[in-house]
Design a protein around this ligand. Structure first.
Ligand code: HEC
Ligand code: HEC
Length: 419
């Protein structure tokens, strides 16, 4: 009704020469926001993001020396079996700390797409299937993964001794004596490395594993300094809430329509909500599975792994008290919703980092939105999606809207309010 009145008024007041403009404007029904919509919009602003939660399992995470050491380690390709792969090979700062590839490419080829590092400190569970419960526990994964860094924990302990001794010891205390130990050994490496590992006594194994955990803790401290900066959407919403007509220009009519659908008929905010546009949960959205079983099970296999992970919050290398490990202790370990479920990614800077989904199955944002319109049945488990009633124009508009979430990435010390 509002629209009809406005149309009638404008037709009365304006000359014929402007009619084309009016017709265009009516494609996008209205430009005001309801009270409920304003509330949702307000909740999406980056300024509403709480400080990155403290990780009680990592006592060095705010220590400047640990941040500095972690940054050097993140970019150091000596932390790999062929001397060519660092975390930054796949998490490239010039590419949104990702690599633009469908699946990660390290010493070998992985089965999943490289994830964002920025904002990851807000996730209680890491990886597409959440098989790690902290940033530091996550970091030790790729170091020993055959397809990523391909290294082993004894070789890493030696590297710390040879290249980083004083920095390491200033933070974590004395490195263990490695003199009489073999060059390579790991419980998850090649058969020869595993045999060498089994030959070590338990105390030595623990000493060496602790060095790996500490490498992870330093890297995690660095990762926690990486934050998203404000995007055009944040400035637009601030303007809307302040009733600033000028700020209204910050989004095109198409982007505004996309935003309206994103928080309305498209039902995107059910999962992509809050300032990072993620609920930090795992959902089955019927994306075609990739890779072998049991990984195709997504969250179901992630849960099985995280509860037995030696580097978890409840493990012996954690600095937390058991009562600080609520996320792990109260984890839902069963239920049909775990099958084929993957982590909801943050949509901040999403337009800058194609391809999309857990194995880069979808190339463009428009095709991502088409997937939501179609809501295909899942091949593993059951999809939570219902087909969304979206026109082709709506799809284009939602994709355009996602572009308004692009902003800078900034590096600054962790735990400041609103950052
Ligand atoms: C070969 C490429 C590659 C290398 C090298 C690599 N990563 Fe990753 N990273 C990935 C892939 C692929 C995923 C998702 C894997 C999965 O879910 O199974 C990932 C996931 C992550 C995540 C999870 C983010 C989240 O929100 O859950 C973090 C954090 C991360 N990597 C940090 C690191 C660090 C730190 C290093 C170095 C120690 C590293 N990565 C080395 C490819 C790589
Ligand atoms: C039921 C929860 C849910 C709903 C509803 C939902 N998403 Fe997602 N979204 C996810 C999950 C989970 C993934 C990752 C899925 C995967 O890779 O298997 C994802 C991935 C994405 C990605 C890819 C991001 C990346 O980095 O790979 C985009 C873009 C996206 N969603 C946009 C939307 C839009 C737009 C809507 C509304 C039309 C929407 N989502 C509705 C949960 C949801």
């Amino acid at each position: 009704m509002k629209l009809t009145m406005r149309l009638a008024l404008t037709t009365l007041c304006l000359s014929g020469a402007l009619l084309t403009g009016i017709v265009l404007a009516t494609t996008y029904a209205r430009d005001g926001w309801s009270k409920d919509e304003r509330e949702t919009l307000a909740s999406l602003r980056l300024s509403q993001l709480p400080p990155t939660p403290a990780d009680p399992s990592n006592r060095v995470e705010t220590m400047p020396q640990a941040i500095a050491l972690g940054k050097r380690l993140f970019f150091d390709s000596r932390l790999s079996s062929n001397g060519k792969v660092s975390c930054a090979s796949c998490h490239d700062p010039k590419q949104q700390f990702q690599d633009g590839k469908p699946v990660g490419q390290g010493v070998g080829t992985g089965i999943r797409r490289t994830m964002q590092v920025v904002g990851a400190g807000h996730s209680p569970f890491l990886f597409w299937d959440g098989r790690k419960d902290s940033l530091w526990a996550q970091a030790v994964g790729p170091l020993e993964d055959a397809a990523e860094h391909g290294g082993n924990r004894l070789a890493y302990a030696r590297l710390m001794q040879q290249q980083y001794r004083s920095d390491y010891e200033a933070i974590f205390g004395a490195l263990p004596d490695l003199k009489r130990l073999p060059a390579d050994a790991s419980p998850v490496g090649t058969p020869a490395q595993q045999a060498a590992w089994q030959a070590l006594d338990k105390a030595t194994q623990d000493d060496v594993s602790r060095v790996l955990a500490n490498i992870g803790k330093a890297i995690a401290a660095y990762e926690k300094t990486l934050h998203f900066g404000e995007a055009r959407l944040d400035r637009y919403i601030d303007g809307v809430l302040a009733n600033d007509r000028q700020a209204d220009q910050l989004l095109t009519p198409a982007e505004k329509n996309g935003l309206r659908l994103f928080i309305g008929a498209g039902r995107c905010v059910t999962c992509h909500n809050g300032p990072l546009l993620t609920d930090q949960h795992f959902h089955n959205t019927g994306i075609a599975p990739h890779g072998p079983l049991p990984q195709r099970l997504g969250r179901r296999s992630g849960v099985a792994k995280v509860i037995v992970d030696e580097f978890s919050c409840l493990g012996r290398f954690s600095d937390a008290k058991p009562e600080d490990c609520g996320e792990l202790r109260f984890l839902a370990t069963d239920g049909p919703t775990l099958d084929g479920a993957f982590k909801t990614p943050s949509l901040r800077n999403v337009a800058l980092r194609p391809p999309y989904m857990h194995a880069g199955q979808i190339a463009t944002l428009t095709d991502v939105v088409r997937h939501y319109r179609a809501a295909p049945a899942a091949q593993v488990g059951k999809s939570e999606l219902e087909p969304a009633k979206l026109s082709e124009q709506d799809i284009q508009d939602i994709a355009a809207f996602l572009g308004t979430l692009s902003g800078p990435i900034v590096e600054r010390a962790a735990r400041q309010p609103g950052l």
